[in-house]
Design a protein around this ligand. Structure first.
Ligand code: UGA
Length: 433
């Protein structure tokens, strides 16, 4: 099939390369020429395991192209995916201006029947909006259909998530249109669900909001565990073994970050409120998530003896919003480092791949080449992101190089007994200290 993907962000790029890998002819379009130039030279705009190799293979085989020429790409495509950014507005609602621009571009190039697929994360009703924009702006009375096909990939495992998704959701105006997409996804041999357009749009937001709620629930339970002398890691293990609950997304920590959960929960709340429903459950999810880093920061202050941290050095391990990505959007390290600096502490930080992205936010802190460089001379070591390499640090070595043996673990990656046996004071989340 001839496919055009508009937008070479996370979703667009991964979708495009996977469809080309399945044997389709794909043109990925972006208006940022620097990005397209880079991609044409094999430079990936994002860090994602396996992406570069897959792009190179499909470009070499002639199935994958990158271009700024939207008109040419849409003209020859049978299916057009819109996978552009949908940033949040101040009030939590979703800015659809990039979706609108893409739809106008499609309308201008519309030369034959096409299926236009919304893959961007968009509020319910956007399918109708895109349809309307194309109707108004098309130059020829050519027929088209708009489909919602939300994406569920996670950063860091985007290729696998796209090749082996739990489900493929296709929201189409009728079965004939849905069949076009079914055909495209058939080689993956994964469960597919066909719905109307609005339901597919809701599935995406409801899924992200539910996962966010699981995390906030685990964090709320953790906060009670701390008072009650229970261990949240044991509690969620016991809960998760109930197949109706499931173990995933119950890890207590500093709360959820990234470019999706914070934005999508606020957007769904905004949508609900525009329909006159206040969605108190989702509000509580968001509030719990905002409170979680504040509680942790209070722990850091308590352990270090107050709000004045002048003269103290704190080592921060992990900067990205989660492991295996260099993405800093809504990363909890931003809250933690901002507070430490405001209170006068000297901050040394390390992350396996997100240092470059952090430098632009915090140009004046010291960056180490590894965890031990950050720990050397520090009065406290703070774990913010649970990279695997932090899980196996040598405590004897840490004890010998730190100024004070103090670890604050925002992701519960250590066994409290082991840390304490090595002479450390240890604070984590939802476990008795
Ligand atoms: C999330 C969803 O998992 C994807 O299914 C979805 O497609 C994507 O958003 C999106 O809408 O585009 P992502 O943001 O890449 O994917 O990251 P996740 O792995 O879901 O993690 C989100 C946040 O939750 C991270 O900050 C992580 O540290 C936190 N988290 C996750 C917890 O605090 N506890 C957990 O148990 C799990």
């Amino acid at each position: 099939m001839n496919i055009c993907v508009i937008g070479t962000g996370y979703v667009g790029l991964v979708t495009g390369v996977v469809f080309s890998d399945l044997g389709n002819d794909v043109v990925c379009v972006d208006k940022l020429s620097a990005k397209i130039d880079g991609l044409n030279k094999g430079v990936m705009p994002i860090y994602e395991p396996g992406l570069e190799e897959m792009v190179a293979r499909n470009v070499a085989d002639g199935r994958l192209q990158f271009s700024t020429d939207l008109e040419a790409a849409v003209t020859k495509a049978e299916v057009v995916f819109i996978a552009v950014g949908t940033p949040p507005r101040e009030d939590g609602s979703t800015d659809l201006s990039y979706v609108e621009d893409a739809a106008k571009g499609v309308a201008r190039a519309l030369n034959s029947y096409k299926v236009i697929v919304n893959k961007s994360t968009v509020p319910v009703g956007t399918g109708d909006f895109v349809r309307q924009v194309i109707m108004t702006n098309r130059r020829r009375a050519v027929d088209f259909d708009v489909v919602s096909n939300p994406e569920f990939l996670r950063e860091g495992s985007a290729i696998t998530d796209t090749l082996v998704p739990d489900r493929i959701v296709i929201g189409a105006p009728n079965r004939v249109v849905a069949m076009r997409l079914l055909e495209l996804y058939a080689p993956l041999e994964r469960p597919m669900i066909i719905t109307d357009v609005a339901s597919a749009e809701m599935i995406k937001y409801a899924s992200n909001a539910f996962l966010a709620t699981k995390i906030s629930f685990a964090n709320a339970v953790a906060n009670i565990c701390e008072e009650a002398g229970a261990d949240v890691t044991q509690v969620v293990k016991g809960m998760g073994l109930d197949s109706r609950i499931g173990a995933a997304f119950l890890s207590a920590g500093l709360g959820y970050g990234g470019s999706c959960f914070p934005k999508d929960t606020r957007s769904l709340l905004h949508t609900a409120q525009t329909f006159g429903y206040d969605f108190p459950l989702l509000k509580a999810t968001i509030e719990t998530n905002e409170e979680q880093p504040r509680r942790f920061i209070r722990k850091i202050h308590d352990a270090l003896g107050g709000d004045d941290l002048k003269g103290l050095t704190v080592g921060v391990l992990g900067l990205a919003f989660k492991p295996n990505t260099d993405d800093m959007r809504e990363a909890k390290s931003l809250d933690v480092i901002t507070d430490l600096l405001a209170c006068g502490a000297t901050v040394k930080a390390y992350d396996p791949i997100a240092i470059e992205n952090t430098r632009s936010v915090f140009p004046h802190i010291t960056y180490g080449a590894n965890a031990y460089e950050v720990a050397a001379g520090a009065d406290a070591l703070v774990v913010v992101t649970e990279w695997n390499e932090f899980k196996t640090l040598n405590f004897e070595r840490l004890a010998s190089i730190m100024n004070r043996r103090l670890i604050l673990d925002g992701r519960n990656i250590y066994d409290p007994e082991t840390v304490r046996r090595n002479g450390f004071e240890y604070h984590s989340i939802g476990r008795v200290t």
